[in-house]
Ligand binder design. Structure first.
Ligand code: TRP
Ligand code: SF4
Length: 405
């Protein structure tokens, strides 16, 4: 297993199958995926087990929600020729790694995850007092670590989960990455670098460990990545030795923060199915239009003759996503001077949303008519995912001494 090089180019992201996707998913996550799939080795999956951590009583709804979601991914242009698309529960390695990581994850780390207490306090209509819900960040860590992903595109709210993943990986490497004769194996691996590079490695390691010199760390990592004489095991050893830990069995991922547009819901709160303020990607155009025509505006603008304040109006948030500068100027001026009515102001937004959704809806219809194609895409994605996950688990079992037969 190599902890570096090409694997730093791997991106992993998952979405819980909550049903058809809406504009919030499109602007918050999917458009980002469309960009990433050209630049990275992307693994995108349906996080079906995650749905159980909060909705175990609705386990029977997952199946339909999941296929709907996958159809939408394809309809917006997620390309199975570029990204691997798969289903979490089809790769049982996620569950095995979850179990093994749960053994070394301190309870306190999980209790301190911000969403844990928050959701328990806020969500009263569901049972969140389960072991599964507490352990959900460990499951997410396993999702990421089992693919040795270098990058996880997330919104602000999920950053603590990626941080936790890094801590768990570090702890795992620390506990299990040390072979009994680790130091001497690392020293003999240094010899294999050759005289010049071996010396350079030693110097860089010293600079990093004694002075915390990040530049030295990066240079040394690049040195290892470029060296093709090393076995993968030796490269892992030298990577771990460099940072002062054991062998790097599990790779620490980085959050890939994306400037995703905040998509407001129809009521100004975040667009979310649980608020009932969504516009679905496949919704009927007539319904979409009706929803937008009737959505609330600046509550202080009661009469047509009252000037409004766009900052207090969810329609303005839509203009920010959908309108060009001149339309925005027109809306702003018209609103603040009572020059236009709210319906007039909404018109360009309505047109832009309908224009965006039309091709998506049409493609979704075609894809839906061809479920075999979707299944085959997922099967291929699963195959590719499984291969990586199996390889990681071999390394994990080996590091733990569990690879007996
Ligand atoms: N936790 C994410 C969410 O609720 C979904 C998810 C599960 C995920 N596993 C992941 C996202 C791994 C990124 C990487 O939205
Ligand atoms: Fe909102 Fe536009 Fe009405 Fe102003 S004119 S309150 S921005 S809808």
């Amino acid at each position: 297993m190599s902890a570096m090089t090409s694997e730093n180019q791997r991106v992993l992201s998952g979405i819980r199958p909550t049903g058809r996707m809406h504009l919030g998913h499109l602007h918050g996550v999917l458009k980002n995926w469309l960009r990433l799939q050209h630049e990275y080795d992307c693994f995108f999956f349906a996080a079906d087990w995650h749905a159980l951590t909060t909705h175990y009583e609705q386990s029977r709804d997952i199946e339909a929600s999941m296929w709907d979601m996958l159809v939408d991914w394809l309809a917006v242009g997620v390309d199975p020729g570029k990204a691997k698309l798969f289903i979490q529960s089809h790769i049982p390695e996620h569950a095995e790694l979850h179990l093994l990581l749960s053994m070394v994850t301190p309870l306190g780390w999980l209790e301190r995850v911000p969403t844990y207490k928050e959701q328990q306090e806020q969500i009263k209509d569901r049972d969140l007092s389960t072991y599964g819900f507490l352990g959900y960040p460990v499951l997410m860590s396993s999702d990421i670590l089992v693919y040795r992903a270098g990058w996880v595109p997330v919104g602000e709210d999920q950053v603590p989960h990626v941080e936790l993943t890094r801590e768990i990986a570090r702890r795992f490497n620390h506990v299990f990455g040390r072979e009994p004769d680790f130091e001497s194996r690392a020293e003999s691996a240094i010899k294999k670098l050759g005289k010049k590079n071996g010396k350079l490695y030693q110097e860089l390691r010293k600079r990093y460990q004694e002075q915390g010199d990040e530049q030295a760390l990066q240079t040394a990592q690049a040195l290892l990545a470029d060296n093709h004489n090393l076995t993968l095991g030796d490269r892992d050893r030298l990577t771990g030795y460099l940072e002062g830990g054991g062998r790097t069995i599990l790779l620490e991922p980085q959050p890939l923060l994306t400037a995703a547009a905040r998509t407001p819901g129809l009521d100004g709160r975040k667009m979310s199915k649980s608020y009932g303020n969504t516009i679905g990607l496949r919704e009927d155009p007539g319904e979409v239009e009706e929803k937008l025509r009737t959505m609330p505006t600046d509550p202080a603008r009661v009469r047509r003759s009252d000037p409004g304040n766009p900052e207090k109006c969810p329609v303005w948030d839509f203009h920010k996503i959908y309108s060009d500068q001149s339309t925005r100027d027109w809306a702003w001026k018209g609103c603040t001077t009572a020059g236009i009515g709210c319906l007039e102001c909404k018109q360009p937004v309505i047109e832009a949303v309908l224009r965006e959704l039309k091709p998506i809806r049409e493609r979704a219809l075609e894809i839906e008519a061809n479920p075999e194609m979707v299944r085959s895409v997922i099967n291929q994605g699963c195959e590719a995912a499984r291969e990586v996950a199996r390889d990681t688990m071999d390394g994990v079992r080996q590091a733990m001494g569990l690879n007996y037969r």
